[in-house]
Design a protein around this ligand. Structure first.
Ligand SMILES: Cc1ncc(COP(=O)(O)O)c(C=O)c1O
Length: 394
């Protein structure tokens, strides 16, 4: 059977070559240090598991969740959390929506807004979901380059006026994957002004809201005056509570956008197991991620100090769990990632996999399985020193 032509619009999987080399290395029994995948290596805190188990024993959770926008205890907890964390008051009935993870929410937002021929403004490099789903919905992603000079924030003034007028969605993601960059309140204010001027909806992906270091706390775009008129923000429990496998997050913000997203979703999914939502709501108000953050910070410091000792000049990321470093002269992001893997047994993701403007960088994740105290990260640095010839001047 001929598959839908829209699937041909999905860009080629640029991590394929690295995935193949990784599979070969694993099959050959090599000891690989995998800095590739951005997935918390620590388990979900036991108190959340206990809540899940309690909720799972309530037969009410065994049935369809017929609530309009998600388990009320979850949405009310999200509203209280938003008020405490950001000082923003949201109506849990109209301004919040339970998601099966933020990935799901971002994808379905595209389906709620993009008709064939519509434009979405999408950062590059970026998490690929907004771009791919804009394409699948028949739209055109207009790429906004993120560069070191712009501190990895899109230059909205560089979007041509006719494109801005045509655009329906503006995607943002701060704290950012893959660059680890953060947004200032001033940038969010500029984005809100831009969205008002060109009548578009901002979709700000805040999946890494609670992954910050050295006292850094990410802002929500909804703190910006006027943002509730033009913005929706997606949040996730995945990275905060080591719950990537559970699949729960929420969307917050503009009422029409929340209703539109809910309209798409209610015709596609029937929400997730309500016990997950109940346990997640409880976690929002009773659990913190300080221990996990301490571990990421230790790894971050070892990795950055180690790489800088080898001649890099990489700043410490303040948020998210990625280190985004330029490749040494003479390499592309792909050739450097290949050398790292083949010569040093260290897996990093070539920046080009996140878009053409990711060329020249690799992403290393701090979620390293089997690393108790930073010792595997140190080993990665040692292996790079030993096996990769780096000349910073050519
Ligand atoms: C920027 C960004 N947004 C969203 C997600 C997906 O999060 P969730 O598990 O909530 O779907 C990820 C996961 O890596 C991500 O990096």
């Amino acid at each position: 059977m001929q598959r839908a032509k829209r699937l041909d619009l999905i860009p080629p999987y640029l991590f394929g070559e690295i995935a193949r080399l990784k599979a070969e290395a694993v099959a050959a029994g090599r000891d690989l240090i995998d800095l590739g995948i951005g997935d918390p290596d620590q388990p979900t805190p036991p108190a959340i598991l206990a809540k899940l188990s309690e909720a799972a024993r309530d037969p009410e959770t065994h049935r369809y969740d017929e609530s309009p926008a998600g388990d009320p205890s979850f949405l009310e907890a999200c509203a209280r959390w938003f008020r405490t964390r950001f000082g923003v008051t949201l109506d849990p009935k109209t301004e919040l929506l339970q998601l099966i993870g933020s990935k799901e929410g971002l994808a379905h937002l595209c389906w709620g807004y993009i008709d064939p021929g519509d434009v979405a403004l999408v950062p590059d490099p970026a998490y690929t979901v907004p771009k791919v789903n804009t394409l699948l919905a028949g739209g055109t992603p207009h790429l906004m380059p993120l560069t070191a000079q712009n501190k990895w924030l899109p230059d909205l003034s560089a979007v041509p006026t006719d494109v801005a007028r045509q655009a329906k969605l503006l995607f943002l993601n701060y704290p950012n994957n893959p660059t680890g960059a953060v947004a200032t309140p001033e940038f969010f204010a500029e984005a809100v002004r831009f969205a008002r001027e060109f009548d578009l909806l901002i979709c700000q992906d805040c999946a890494y809201a609670e992954v910050g270091y050295d006292g850094y706390r990410a802002p929500s775009i909804l703190e910006t005056p006027g943002a509730l008129d033009v913005a929706i923000e997606t949040h996730s429990l995945s990275k905060t509570f080591n719950m990537t496998g559970w699949r729960i997050g929420f969307a917050a913000g503009n009422k029409d956008a929340v209703a539109t997203l809910n309209r798409v979703k209610s015709n596609i999914d029937s929400k997730q197991f309500a016990a997950i939502a109940r346990a997640g709501g409880w976690a929002m108000e009773h659990v913190n991620n300080d221990r996990t953050l301490d571990l990421y910070k230790r790894r971050r410091d070892i990795l950055i100090n180690g790489l800088n000792g080898l001649g890099w000049n990489a700043p410490l990321p303040q948020a998210a769990f990625y280190v985004w470093v330029p490749v040494p002269p003479g390499y592309t992001s792909m050739s450097f990632a290949k050398d790292l893997l083949e010569k040093a047994g260290v897996l990093a993701i070539p920046g080009v996999g996140y878009g053409e403007n990711g060329e020249g960088y690799v992403r290393m994740s701090l979620t390293l399985t089997g690393d108790e105290n930073g010792e595997r990260v140190q080993e990665a640095v040692d292996r790079i020193r030993e096996h990769i010839p780096i000349r910073w001047t050519v």
